[in-house]
Design a protein around this ligand. Structure first.
Ligand code: ADP
Ligand code: ASP
Ligand code: MG
Length: 425
């Protein structure tokens, strides 16, 4: 029996009852002979509540201090969980990200893990303890300041520790039974996926399926760590995310043509109006955005009006970066040379993901037909080899996801997907 890393999300440890339930599960794994490292998130919506609190004292809280504040959320759950395990007669020790050796760069609020040195965790396990680690946090190599890994970052902590400790598996426990063909909060007929490749999971995560964080899947693929996504509320088998298909009985699970539909309402659209249609303009706009350390997603440039020689360029970015992007562009307005900016945060993105679309003609056509039949207007389009995404009005997103899910035959004909907890915030 080897080492397992288990990660419990906020909804799994939302209250004292939840913490006791999770403690029992962890003890079960220990009793089965495993060495167990448990990574925990902050209780329930604690992180959101702390952010709200910070914004009440300062509209744009300083990154360093916000990180200091937010990491308190995970500290609370790790200490309570260790206490609950001790109460069951087993030994447990809790560790902050920094104590667990999670070393990051110094970009506050979205730091990247650059190294993991889990010496203290290893020692604690060797002494027979269960190790509890605060997710979502680390310490900067350069500044020695405390950092956070971006929203949902506990998933990445878990996989990074699993890689550093050479774990057998990284189990991600959450409030649904696994990865589904769509968000079960939106599509009741979503189907649980038994196995999904790293590639398809990466696209789903990047397209807004927040059941796994994109960076966590990237990390797991790089180190070839199998992930098992499952519910902490049920005993059911979940979804395996790995490089090779799993076996069911003696049969390999097949790669689906279409893995699922993802949606995302966390982005906004900026349109730069009246841009001269000449070389270097797009470069100047996106250099400005890059220098502000903002990641963009989709980009479209309209054809220029013959009479004016001016064009519009639109792009999408996280809503949380909207203010910063507008400020940066306004500051460089004279240098770039545009008329005005339009900001729209009432947009949503719908994506269809599946490796099978590379070899199956007609997927794009069927996707657009489904949207058209549902009366959904498309504003932007982007594609990769295994994904098609469109931007629509935010109000249309749920309807569009359901329409596309049905059109591609993904609806389950038996059971409804269960959501065990969480507020969906
Ligand atoms: P945790 O607190 O455990 O980290 P999250 O809220 O981050 O949980 O992720 C779980 C949620 O992800 C689910 O409750 C569900 O609403 C959402 N979700 C979005 N897309 C999917 C999907 N394709 N499959 C399963 N869950 C999804
Ligand atoms: N507590 C953090 C968040 O809500 C990290 C996590 O849950 O993964 O984003
Ligand atoms: Mg999460």
């Amino acid at each position: 029996m080897g080492l397992v890393v288990q990660k419990y999300g906020g909804s799994s440890v939302a209250d004292a009852e939840g913490i006791k339930r999770v403690a029992k599960r962890i003890v079960e794994a220990k009793k089965n002979g495993h060495q167990v490292v448990a990574v925990v998130s902050a209780m329930g919506d604690t992180t959101d509540e702390l952010i709200d609190l910070a914004e009440q004292v300062s509209p744009i809280p300083a990154g360093r201090e916000l990180d200091m504040l937010l990491t308190a959320g995970e500290r609370i759950s790790m200490a309570l969980l260790a206490m609950a395990i001790k109460n069951l007669g087993h030994s447990a020790q809790s560790f902050t990200g920094s104590q667990a050796g999670v070393i990051t760069d110094s970009v506050h609020n979205k730091a990247r893990i650059i190294d993991v040195t889990p010496g203290r965790i290893r020692d604690s396990l060797d002494e027979g303890n269960i190790a509890i680690v605060a997710g979502f946090q680390g310490v900067s190599q350069d500044t020695k300041d405390i950092t956070t890994l971006g929203r949902g970052g506990s998933d990445t902590t878990a996989v990074a520790l699993a890689a550093a400790l050479d774990a057998e598996v990284c189990e991600i426990y959450t409030d649904v039974d696994g990865v589904f063909t769509a968000d079960p909060r939106v599509v009741k007929k979503a189907r649980k996926i038994d196995w999904i490749s790293f590639e398809d999971m990466l696209e789903l995560a990047a397209s807004g399926s927040k059941v796994l964080l994109h960076r966590c899947v990237e990390y797991a693929r790089r180190y070839n760590i199998p992930i098992h996504v499952r519910s902490s509320f049920s005993g059911l088998q979940g979804t395996w995310v790995s490089s090779e298909p799993i076996k069911q009985g003696d049969k390999q699970v097949e790669q689906a043509i279409i893995s699922g539909v993802a949606h995302d309402t966390s982005e906004a659209k900026i349109t730069v109006v009246g841009v001269p249609d000449k070389p270097g303009e797009a470069a100047a706009i996106f250099r400005t955005i890059a220098d502000a350390e903002i990641n963009i997603d989709m980009v479209v440039q309209n054809v220029s009006a013959a009479s004016t020689g001016l064009t519009d360029i639109s792009f999408t970015l996280p809503k949380t970066e909207g203010r910063k992007a507008i400020d940066a562009l306004e500051k460089n307005k004279a240098g770039i040379g545009f008329d005005s900016l339009r900001y729209d945060d009432q947009i949503g993105k719908i994506s269809l993901v599946g490796a099978g679309m590379k070899t199956n003609p007609g997927v794009t056509a069927a996707f657009f037909e489904a949207l058209s039949d549902a009366g959904v207007n498309i504003e932007l389009i982007s594609t990769s080899e295994i994904r098609i995404s469109v931007v629509t009005r935010a109000d249309d997103v749920s309807e569009a996801v359901r329409a596309v899910h049905t059109a591609f035959g993904l609806d389950s004909d038996s059971d409804e997907a269960v959501v065990y907890g969480g507020t969906g915030r």
